[in-house]
Design a protein around this ligand. Structure first.
Ligand code: F6R
Length: 260
C-alpha cells in the first residue's frame, strides 16, 4: 500500500494524473466512481483537463460505488444525479456510459446481481476512486461487513447518516436509512484502488486502514490485501499515522516516471 501525504489540491492532481494516464493508454478504460466530498476536487481537475487538454472519456465506462435506496429519480442527492453533476455532464460522457446500482428497483436483490454482472461484462474496474467514512467504511460497507461481500443492500449506521446530513439541509431524518453498495469483495477486484481522505475527522479511520489489524470493524482495512492500493491523505488525515515519516521518505525518493 502506498501512502502519499500532501495538500488536498496536490492529491487531487495526482489522482487526476493517474486517471488521465490510464485513459490515454486505454481510452476504453473502466473507471470506478465515488461520490461525496473526497473526490470532488479530482472531478474538478478532470473536467478542467477535458476542457483545456482534450482529455476524452468518450470510450470509457463509469461504475458508481453505491446508491441510496428510495430517493426519488429527480432528487439532487440521488448518487446518480450527484455523479452526473459532479463529473459525467462536465465531460464527454453519455448518460448510458455511467451506471450505478438501481436504488429504485422493485427487486433490489435482482438489481444488485444485475450490477455485479454489468461490472463483470465491462471487464472489471481498472481504477477505483474511493473515499472513507469516519467509521471506516468504503463505499457503504459499514462496520461488520463481510470482507468478501458483493453488491447488496446495507443499513447505514447512525454515524454515516449524521455525517451525510450536511447534504440534506443538516436534517439526519432526510438521509435514507438504506443503500445498495458494491461489496468489499467487489471493490477488491478493481485493478487499482485510489483512496482520498482529508481532514482530522478522517485521521482515525486512515490510521486503521493503513496500520490497523484487518478487521470487519474497520472495513477499509481489507485494502491491505490489495496488490495496488494508493492512499492519498492531507496532513490532518495523516495526523494519526505512526509511520508517517517513513511514508514521506518513501514517496520523496520515488522516481517521477513511476506514477501512482
Ligand atoms: C460514496 C461512498 C462513501 C464516501 C465516504 C466519505 O460513494 O462510497 O464511502 O466516500 O462516506 O464521504 P465524504 O467524501 O463525503 O467524506
Amino acid at each position: 500500500m502506498e501512502v502519499v501525504i500532501a495538500p488536498a489540491q496536490e492529491l487531487a492532481v495526482l489522482a487526476a494524473e493517474a486517471i488521465e494516464a490510464l485513459l490515454r493508454r486505454r481510452p476504453q478504460a473502466v473507471l470506478g466512481l465515488a461520490t461525496g466530498s473526497s473526490p470532488s476536487q479530482v472531478y474538478d481537475e478532470l473536467a478542467r483537463r477535458h476542457a483545456e487538454g482534450g482529455l476524452s472519456f468518450a470510450r470509457a465506462r463509469g461504475f458508481m460505488l453505491d446508491e441510496y435506496v428510495g430517493l426519488a429519480a429527480d432528487h439532487p442527492e440521488r448518487y446518480r444525479n450527484v455523479i452526473a453533476a459532479d463529473i459525467a455532464e462536465r465531460v464527454d460522457w453519455q448518460a448510458d456510459q455511467v451506471q450505478g446500482p438501481d436504488g429504485l428497483a422493485s427487486d433490489l436483490s435482482a438489481a444488485c446481481a444485475a450490477y455485479e454482472r454489468a461490472i463483470a461484462d465491462a471487464g472489471g474496474v481498472d481504477l477505483q476512486l474511493l473515499g472513507i467514512g469516519t467509521d471506516g467504511h468504503i463505499a457503504f460497507n459499514e462496520p461488520g461487513s463481510s470482507l468478501a461481500s458483493r453488491t447488496r443492500i446495507k443499513t447505514l449506521t447512525t454515524q454515516t447518516r449524521v455525517d451525510n446530513a450536511r447534504f440534506f439541509d443538516g436534517d439526519v431524518e432526510q438521509v435514507p436509512t438504506h443503500c445498495l453498495t458494491q461489496g468489499l469483495g467487489t471493490i477488491m477486484e478493481a485493478r487499482h484502488l485510489v483512496l482520498l481522505a482529508t481532514g482530522r475527522h478522517k485521521a482515525e479511520a486512515v490510521h486503521q486502514l493503513v496500520e490497523g489489524p484487518v478487521s470487519a470493524l474497520w472495513p477499509a482495512t481489507v485494502m491491505q490485501f490489495h496488490p495496488h492500493a494508493t492512499v492519498l491523505v492531507d496532513e490532518a488525515a495523516a495526523s494519526r499515522l505512526q509511520l508517517a515519516s517513513y511514508y514521506r521518505q518513501t514517496y520523496d525518493s520515488k522516481p517521477a516516471w513511476q506514477g501512482l
